[in-house]
Design a protein around this ligand. Structure first.
Ligand code: LLP
Length: 463
């Protein structure tokens, strides 16, 4: 490949260092629909738009960096999950992926339930009008205060995570003169990530109660005895960014085994089974996630088959997708600042955000894609590393990606698939202000979480 004529001299597609990237795409201007939200498109003038508004106009109005959520896409994905599982199952959106009051309203309107895992998430859900009986409350160390608030509000279920919690929730419910619907979270000895799962020895973690050694059976025994609790089912969550259902298959087999033991010991058939979340999305063109209807079909078949073999009535299934609903619906828009070509290596492209708005690359070595969105370019591909403005060399947003070699300060670039675990894990490191979340739909854009200000920072600083 020949060298670019760009004065800064970035080229590199001819000298590629080691990294996690495929060959440069044939055309850098093409947006792969796999990784971009549904209404994202490149308009005739070359500028990318979402929900009918181009990113230059969005940057002008809302500034950068900013997250833009395609509301129509979010609603469509939520609906697809709801429809795929039908009336005999429940879909709980996992609020930890990203939660705001607008999101709660959209979920409510689309008929989804909500999984929360802290007092803050619960407060957000309730303040936006999610009916309490459609909320599930999770967490491995819920405080007494959080539990009390959840029970008082009348949440549909609390997912019990430890022996202490069984007693604590029962006691609080009884003191409030009520019976709390609960599930017990078990660890089934399966841990799944992306394409792989390991079916042994993953009880070595902080969540849930192990099936191994009869601990989960003992938890059930205790829960069934307590007046303050109504045990409605068993919960299992096996991992994140999972692309195939084999891990769920093993998990369902083991959970149904427990349901059978419970039936045999107590004469009780628990009516529900929750298989958790963790379904993967496409961060780059190399990822091939499955559609909600395929996942629903596979999970329902697995549970029904296992129950039939155990001669159990099939329980009502619930799932808790977070990433798979919100992840693909948003992108982060950045303005390009400093550009540093390092000869024979790659070009460092600095943006006006970084690890404070997307910690996933630094934390998990996550892979993302990126595109120039404020214009098209016919320049050669250059191997780029998109980095932030933080005082840390691990402050990387996109580790290895191709951008056009004529990229210049002031250009807008966007990182797709940042709807999940980016704003929700954002920080103020270096006192960088957290970006806003803007919902775009049908030619209208509105802020759903505003940009943080220096006043916000200083308001907390009361010394
Ligand atoms: N249910 C339970 C009990 C969970 O612990 C989780 C995620 C979910 C559902 C939703 O999982 P999802 O469908 O969104 O993968 N911060 C990490 C992910 C941590 C997930 C923790 N639990 C990341 O950025 O990849």
């Amino acid at each position: 490949m020949s060298r670019s004529a760009h004065p800064a001299g970035p080229r590199h597609a001819d000298v590629l260092p080691e990294g996690h990237y495929s060959a440069p795409p044939a055309d850098l201007n093409t947006l792969d629909p796999k990784v971009w939200a549904q209404t994202v498109t490149r308009t005739a003038d070359g500028v990318v738009s979402v929900g009918g508004i181009d990113v230059k106009a969005l940057a002008e109005e809302f500034g950068t960096p900013a997250y833009f959520v395609d509301e129509a896409d979010f609603r469509a994905r939520a609906r697809a999950w709801r429809t795929a599982f039908g009336q005999d199952a429940d879909v709980f959106y996992a609020g930890k992926a990203f939660l705001s009051r607008a999101i709660v309203r959209w979920l409510h309107e689309e008929g989804l339930n909500l999984d929360v895992c802290s007092g803050g998430e619960l407060a957000t859900a309730l303040s936006a009008g999610m009916p309490a009986d459609r909320i599930a409350f999770h967490g491995n160390n819920k405080s007494e205060q959080e539990i009390r608030r959840a029970v008082e509000a009348g949440v549909g279920r609390i997912v019990l995570d430890s022996f202490q919690e069984i007693v604590r929730v029962a006691h609080i419910a009884q003191s409030l003169g009520t019976r709390q619907r609960v599930q017990i979270r078990v660890t089934v000895g399966v841990e799944a990530h992306t394409h792989e799962f390991i079916a042994t020895a993953h009880e070595d973690q902080k969540f849930g109660i192990p099936l191994a050694g009869g601990q989960a059976a003992e938890a059930v025994r205790r829960a069934l005895k307590l007046d303050g609790l109504e045990l409605i089912g068993i919960h299992s969550h096996i991992g994140s960014q999972i692309f195939d259902t084999s891990g769920f298959e093993v998990a369902a087999h083991r959970v149904v085994g427990l349901l059978k033991d419970i039936r045999d010991e107590h004469g009780v058939e628990l009516p529900e089974i929750d298989l958790g979340g963790g379904l993967g999305i496409a961060y780059t063109s190399d990822d091939d996630p499955r559609e909600p209807h395929e996942i629903a079909k596979a999970l329902t078949e697995i549970v029904n088959r296992e129950c039939e073999a155990a001669r159990l009535r099939a329980p009502r299934i619930s799932v808790e997708p977070g990433r798979a609903i919100v992840g693909p619906t948003a992108f982060t828009l950045y303005e390009v600042g400093t550009i540093k070509p390092l000869d024979g290596l790659r070009t460092y492209v600095s943006v006006d955000g970084g690890m404070s708005d997307n910690i996933r690359t630094a934390l998990y070595d996550a892979e993302y894609s990126v595109a120039l969105v404020s214009r098209t370019s016919d320049a050669e591909p250059m191997l780029a590393r998109v980095v932030g403005k933080h005082c840390e060399s691990g402050d990387i947003v996109v580790k290895d990606a191709f951008l056009p070699a004529d990229l210049a300060p002031g250009d807008l670039i966007a990182v797709p698939a940042t709807g999940a675990y980016c704003r929700s894990m954002a920080s103020n490191y270096n006192h960088v202000l957290r970006p806003p979340v803007v919902a775009v739909n049908d030619g209208e854009a509105r802020i759903i979480v505003r940009r943080e200000t220096e006043d916000d920072l200083l308001r907390l600083d009361v010394g």
